[in-house]
Design a protein around this ligand. Sequence first.
Ligand code: GAP
Length: 462
Amino acid sequence: MEENKKIEKTMDDIISLSKRKGFVYQGSEIYGGLAGAFDFGPLGVELLNNIRSFWWKEVVQKREDYYGLDSAMFKHPKVWEASGHTSGFSDPLAECRNCNTRIRVDKELMNIGVVADEKMSEEEINKLFEENKDKIKCHNCGKKDFSRARNFNMLIKSNYGDFTEKGSEPVYLPGEACQGIYLNFKNVIDSMHPKFPFGIAQINKAFRNEISPRNFLFRCREFEQADTQYFIRPNENKDKYEEIKQERWQWYLDLGLSEEKLRWHQHENLVFYAKDAWDIEYNYPTYGFDELEGIHDRTDYDLTQHSKFSGVDLSFNEDGNKFVPWILETSVGLGRIFLAVLSEAYTKEQVGDETRVVLKFPKKLAPIKVAFLPLSKKDELAEPTKELFNSMKDKFVCQYDETQSIGKRYRRQDEIGTPYCVTFDFDSLEDNSVTVRDRDTMEQERIKIEELEDYLTTKLNN
Ligand code: GAP
């Protein structure tokens, strides 16, 4: 079959469809919005859950060497001291002297092609900032007059349990999800008795006071991280690190992202305790290649620090050989995967003299799998269609729709990425068959109602 002509897509197309079709809304929109916070709508939550389930299934349930976890978000204040977040979790911030708009200096430098990142010291970043100050403009007023860059701590404080005491240590919202895994390392060993090496995985929220949340779901102040921490014997990192990198790459291909839109990026500046750090980047429409997931060799830093600050020995004893495990970490924001999946699926194509917008999701990720559509609203068609819909609800995530013409309903389902539409027409009353339309090819097939469930199951699992 001849391919329809594809029309270039932009991130604005995707953002606008996300809102229009109930995937993502700006957080607190009726109050003018809250920067860096987003709400997932009825279809967004289905898509997010499908991505989450696919991650959990592949990373935890199908693996014998990984254990799942869901730790409390609030943690003892000492956790963030031990991890180094209270002293070192910061981004370089500068302020426009004219209008007080804040900028993140490393990102601004990167945008003009200067190699910089948040791990540089204040001196290093200010030197580069000074050398390039003529090239960086305030986004708000256009002036090029900024304060010196200073490190701004991104942890967000809460008043958890803070009733009367003045000066007690603040309980922070988690700056990264992985700390909950380190806190439960000993619990998992004592309760599950894993063989070494092994991993612990969890999906949990993280909060960061990002200086300039931007690019839709890409950089938020509240987001969810899907993390694995793999515990290995000291210095066994090299081979295992490569293996984990390859597994994560393959996971994205299995998820349905195309390989030419992915690439590796190795970090030049490492945090002092890390041995190596690589990102898998995705080529987002409009934004270009940017970080999707980070894969880090964290050495024995985390467990050593938590042993020191908690006073609890977190070393592992293997046949009398005691050691502090090294950690290989994978960490990805679910929102960034969501954005990559939406970007990959979004297709604008010319069909005759019409433009068709269709989300070509992999079937396993589609929020709605099947739509049931009576050819007309008349009771004689609507009633049996509803019956059919009710009989399938248990098997597939379905939708029933009877409003407007059948052509318009097909387009509506295309726009939300429903792989199959089932139409019940006047002939169905006679031949006990329905028309099944394929989202991607738009081809239609006549299927006996008694065979429909098997037909859809095979197609959806294919
Ligand atoms: N525990 C390691 C860690 O948190 P990170 O590189 O800061 O490392 C890991 O974050 C991943 O979390 C990133 O690759 C990205 O997918 C996601 N992420 C980080 N900051 C984010 C933000 N502000 N908004 C959305 N996702 C974010």
